[in-house]
Ligand binder design. Structure first.
Ligand code: UDP
Length: 487
């Protein structure tokens, strides 16, 4: 009992769905990995606790505890009950980031309480790269601190190095070198989000990102949601840059995805799921483009129009998850006027396109044999999911580290083409059609991309599979991580 008490891990994700879910997956994976009993506590704000409670109770019983960190968004000039990045404008998002600093005091109380109850501080705190301040808490309370970046290694390195060095500010050229990458590597100004392009070290974004990343770089090691086989370059460079141990334990995805079998979540078994599956069942193998920009992002009204025109001009079948364009509530009501006149009806009548509003069962769609390519914003979870099923990508990055993910998918992996980037570009239906034609081509580049994507899917499976004595790289990294935590 005494030994058990010593093994308490406290996890602190930033309050965004794309971070909380991988943190929960990491917690589960730690418990799967070892016979040593850990108590794992995920500490977050009340509304996020509610979501986590339902996510946890829907699966088998486990040892994951939830601890509430009181949070009052209104005190930070945000709408009441804002506890998640979803629905926030860019201006609100930076305020939200700064507001997370207010969690330090409640987190200190939680650690004190645990220390008092158990006679020891927790053995480890695993914190989000955006909550670098947790490192100060861990240091002063005698606990080890590891950073979990829910992104890939390449994207993480580009993201942190560009913020810390602001290399685009040191040149007038559109292209620039990013410290940490080989000298021959070039990034482009258009790969930077507007607020990063304008950052100068004193603006609100810099004032949050730079110190948080710097603190996180003082932690005892980093955990990445990726695998050695799929990101050899990214992991090599990140290790060199951070000079810290890095454990590539991913991809942390639902178990069905990892087996490569057709995914059935059960949870999403609503009309959308049935409709999507029935519709896909009628299509030929690899013939459908699945289009989604994730849970937080959306494109501009004129881009949406061009995308619809391009889809209509190419003879392609598609599933498109529709959200209102930039400037409107992403989760709000969709209006017909945002699409070409009669588009929805024509697509429905011809069964060419399935338009899904707000949310689609992405894993089920990607795992269906009719799905041939994913037009994606390249959020890291979407990237891992599509690669796990061997589905190549048309990239249209919009925010965060997505442009860097696409660069890697194109240049290092050869599984993607980039259609355009950001919401600021003007694109035409012809460009859309051209890219779709390339990727859907059963010969040439389209074929090559498909083969590479299949290879990566097989690498991913190897990384997370155990065959007799032999364990895949991500499982070995997980063993090593647990050993380190226990040491
Ligand atoms: N997702 C989904 N249906 C949708 C949109 C998103 O199931 O219509 C899921 C998707 O499978 C992924 C996550 O939401 O697991 C999105 O994470 P990602 O990192 O790709 O992008 P973000 O939403 O964080 O920008």
């Amino acid at each position: 009992e005494e030994a058990k008490k010593k093994r308490h891990i406290v996890m602190v994700p930033i309050m965004a769905q794309g971070h909380i879910i991988p943190f929960l997956a990491l917690a589960r994976q730690i418990q799967h990995t070892t016979t040593a009993t850990f108590t794992i506590t995920i500490a977050t704000t009340p509304l996020n606790i509610l979501h986590l409670q339902s996510a946890i109770s829907s699966t088998s019983p486990n040892q994951i505890r939830l601890a509430e960190l009181p949070f009052n968004s209104a005190q930070h000039g945000l709408p009441p009950n804002t506890e998640n990045t979803e629905k926030l404008s860019v201006t609100q998002l930076v305020k939200f980031c700064h507001s997370t600093l207010s969690l330090e005091a409640p987190l200190r109380s939680l650690i004190s309480r645990i220390t008092e109850e158990e006679g020891h501080p927790p053995i480890c705190m695993i914190s989000d790269v955006f909550l670098g301040w947790v490192n100060k808490v861990a240091n002063s309370m005698g606990t080890r601190n590891l950073t979990f970046t829910t992104c890939g290694a390449y994207g993480t390195l580009a993201y942190i190095s560009i913020w810390l060095n602001l290399p685009h500010k040191k040149t007038h050229s559109d292209e620039f070198w990013v410290p940490g990458f080989p000298q021959s590597y070039r990034f482009h100004r258009t790969q930077l989000h507007r607020y990063l392009r304008e950052a100068d070290g004193t603006d609100d974004w810099s004032q949050f990102n730079i110190p948080q990343i710097s603190h996180a770089m003082k932690s005892d090691g980093w955990i990445c949601n990726t695998a050695e086989e799929i990101e050899p370059l990214g992991l090599h460079l990140l290790r060199k840059y951070l000079q810290l141990p890095i454990w590539a334990v991913g991809p942390l995805l639902p178990p069905a995805v990892l087996k490569g079998s057709r995914h059935r979540s059960g949870k999403e078994s609503g009309v959308a799921l049935e409709a999507c599956m029935e519709w896909l069942d009628l299509k030929d193998e690899n013939s459908v483009v699945y289009i989604s920009f994730g849970s937080q992002n959306t494109i501009s009204a004129s881009q949406m129009m061009a995308l619809a025109e391009g889809l209509e001009e190419s003879a392609i079948s598609f599933i498109w998850v529709l959200r209102p364009p930039v400037g409107f509530d992403v989760n709000g009501e969709f209006k017909e006027e945002w699409l070409p006149k009669g588009f929805e009806e024509r697509m429905r009548d011809s069964k060419r396109g399935l338009l899904v509003h707000k949310w689609a069962p992405q894993l089920e769609i990607l795992s269906h044999k009719s799905t041939g390519v994913f037009l994606s914003h390249c959020g890291w979870n979407s990237v891992l999911e599509t690669l796990s099923y061997g589905v190549p990508i048309i990239g249209w990055p919009l925010a965060a580290e997505q442009t860097y993910n696409v660069k890697m998918l194109v240049e290092e992996m050869g599984v993607a083409v980039e259609l355009t980037r950001s919401v600021e570009t003007t694109i035409s239906g012809e460009e859309v059609k051209k890219v779709i034609d390339i990727v859907m081509d059963k010969e040439g580049k389209g074929k090559e991309m498909k083969e590479k994507a299949k290879e990566i899917a097989s690498d991913i499976r190897k990384a997370i599979t155990e065959k007799g004595e032999e364990k895949g790289s991500s499982l070995r990294a997980m063993d090593d991580l647990v050993r380190t935590i226990l040491s």
